[in-house]
Write a protein that binds this ligand. Structure first.
Ligand code: NAD
Ligand code: ZN
Length: 249
């Protein structure tokens, strides 16, 4: 009997236009907690207080102290795990063309993927809220909170806070990719945050097969997903890749 893993491996081996949509879950094994679910950041802090643009505008010191400083410490140390590496290998094999990620940790690029759409921006860069000058996060000195630009403007990460728009170019490209891919791999997203959660729906409406990798079910699982691999991203990607490598060797 063919297992679900073998079925996904067959599907991917035949595909030359797979797209991945990733969320915080793919980086959990790199030591970065997700927002929702077990151990999620929202169990400790209120998103509307600390991850909303209005909160940042009103009280940047608190948002820096509670959210941004902690993120910087975590992301400075994080390295790609087998989930990220598996997606990089799928690109090397000519199966996966692009990743649409909701993550801001930059780990897909470190793993080696070359076409990564940062749907919610990136923590790799900050910019000045007055003059828009861009700073590499590694160059920011944490001696004063909030850190400031040479023009004295307050620096902020180049991420999309709640209440802000998705970068239009990222939105447009994601939509195009969803319309034209033959397989969409949805890895580690709770599919609660819109419009990202709608991307697999667009892919499905345009005939793509939807494969979900997540230890828990999501609003997509029963509605949109064709093949649900219920497990952690790293181990599941390793098993799928093991099967694909068998088929090509
Ligand atoms: P989420 O926090 O809402 O959901 C995480 C999902 O990952 C859950 O469905 C959970 O079951 C699943 N998960 C947990 N461990 C997993 C594992 N080992 N392997 C696979 N899946 C696992 O995440 P979201 O849907 O991405 O939405 C939250 C928003 O938070 C996003 O916009 C994202 O930008 C932001 N965020 C980013 C990071 C990051 O950059 N690493 C971290 C936290 C939050
Ligand atoms: Zn400035």
């Amino acid at each position: 009997m063919t297992t679900l893993i073998e079925e996904v491996a067959d599907l991917l081996s035949r595909s030359s236009k797979t797209i991945a949509l990733t969320g915080a879950g793919i980086s959990v094994e790199s030591g970065i907690p997700p927002f929702r679910g077990k151990g999620g950041v929202w169990e400790k802090i209120d998103p509307m207080k600390f991850a909303h643009i209005d909160a940042f505008t009103k009280d940047p010191v608190s948002v820096w102290n509670v959210l941004i400083k902690g993120m910087k410490d975590l992301l400075d140390k994080a390295r790609p795990n087998d989930g990220h590496k598996g997606l990089a290998r799928l690109e090397e094999l000519g199966i996966l063309t692009s990743i649409i990620t909701q993550n801001v940790d930059g780990l897909h690029q470190v793993a080696g993927n070359t076409d990564v759409i940062e749907f919610h921006g990136s923590f790799i860069r900050h910019f000045c809220s007055e003059c828009n000058r861009i700073y590499a996060t590694t160059d920011i000195k944490m001696t004063q909170i909030p850190p400031r630009c040479d023009c004295n403007g307050i620096l902020r990460p180049d991420i999309v806070f709640f209440g802000e728009m998705i970068p239009p170019a990222a939105l447009m490209r994601s939509q195009q990719l969803a319309e034209t891919c033959d397989v969409m791999l949805v890895v580690g997203t709770s599919a609660f945050v819109q419009p990202a959660a709608y991307i697999p729906v667009i892919a499905k409406q345009n005939g793509a097969v939807i494969v979900e990798i997540n230890p828990e079910s999501t609003p997509l699982t029963n509605q949109v997903t064709d093949l649900a691999l219920m497990g952690n991203a790293g181990e599941t990607m390793n098993r799928v890749l093991g099967e694909i490598e068998k088929r090509i060797s």
